[in-house]
Design a protein around this ligand. Sequence first.
Ligand code: AMP
Ligand code: MG
Length: 493
Amino acid sequence: MFPFDNSYARLPERFHASVYPEAVSGPVLIKFNEALAKNLSLDLDPKDTNRLAAIFAGNVLPPGAEPLAMAYAGHQFGNFVPQLGDGRAILLGEVVDVEGVRRDIQLKGAGPTPFSRRGDGRAALGPVLREYIISEAFAALGIPATRALAAVLSGEPVYREQPVPGAVFTRVAASHVRVGTFQYFAAREDQEAIRLLADYVIDRHYPDLKQEPEPYLALLQRVSDRQAALIARWLSIGFIHGVMNTDNMTISGESIDFGPCAFLDEYDPMKVFSSIDRQGRYAYRNQPGIGQWNIARLAECLLPLLDADEEKAVAKANEVLKSFGETFQSHWIAAFRRKLGLGLEETGDAELVQDLLTAMHEGKADFTLTFRRLTDLAAAEEGQKALAAEAAFTEGFMPWEKAEQWLPRWRARLVREPERHDAASLMRSVNPAIIPRNHRIEQVIRAAMEGDLKPFERLLEALAEPYADRAEFDEYREAPLDEQKVRLTFCGT
Ligand code: AMP
Ligand code: MG
């Protein structure tokens, strides 16, 4: 039924703990991602919802599964915790998808594991729906992230501040190896395990690096580059991860663990939503700096593999760390050039972008709407331009005084593009009309808690084509009214 081919289970015992999901009393299918299941060659009947519910609740184990919890450590808000591990996640196994990519299939909330410590190993309905929505939104936006295969109600309450409906989420990932997985073994001075893990991830994610003269250094460089590129993508859509702990940073370069994550409404570079991020460590604009910090932690783990001479190893690692900032910057400016419809590279572009962002900040402009309005503006005929501009930058987007100064500079810059360059099409392909806005997710969760899953379904439909202009989903473009605004988000584990 699942063409399992489990490689992580083959790694030595100290990499994981064997553990079985604990059956729940009343599994009910919330959602099954049929397209993804096909892509994974899973032989499942989408109409047999009882069976799907039983499988994705962990009540029925598909043949060939070798369920395990992965061991990992991590820096949480800068403090090192030598043992975290999958406390509420159980890896069923791996399948190779139709494109030949090996993918983990993991249940989240299927019961306690040896790593659960104080936690119950369960998940609440709200966070499960949030993860489902964000994962699939990212897929549609084209940003690397783990995927959602299924969500199931457990039929049992979980106890958070109060009893809430329990649920199980099925996550698909290129792998669940994290920076924290390396840290787990580094903390135990287990050089052999670090080498095994490094070889494992090179084999699994970056086999081309085997040809490099220094494969482990190339691995560090590759992970660094992937993360720099990923974080630039996050910034380009106003995404704030919220908990960029080293255990929440993948080696594959996929976004993972959407706990208190949120999207900017009005632009503010120092915006923080997470209730537990009191110092603003993981604020919007701090994300590249934190990415680099996390890569430095990975580099520390890999030092013994980089060079027998410690000084030389440190020098090599530092070269990689130095490159992170430059790589991020080049991805960031490339992303924002596209957001402004620019194909050519001019030295003044960064300033043009920065001045827009500053004006947006001062004017409390909605991040997503502003770029989409600029897109409409680029598409408007010459004669309509002034009119459209005014309409676009009325209160709530960007104050007219700001727009009046900035727009002519942007227009002058667009004129320097080659005649055939289609700025509007480029902009429409990168500036989403619809993102998973925080208040929409909250509405979905509130309705689902009352037993109504229609808003969840509809939001997923709206997010399936985030760059399209589809009139029937217009309401999903809108910024929240003041009373709808989400100001604080919670881990909600
Ligand atoms: P996260 O917030 O997902 O990054 O998780 C941080 C650590 O807490 C990981 O080791 C998780 O496995 C663990 N954890 C989070 N929620 C639970 C839970 N409900 N039960 C057991 N462990 C948990
Ligand atoms: Mg985590």
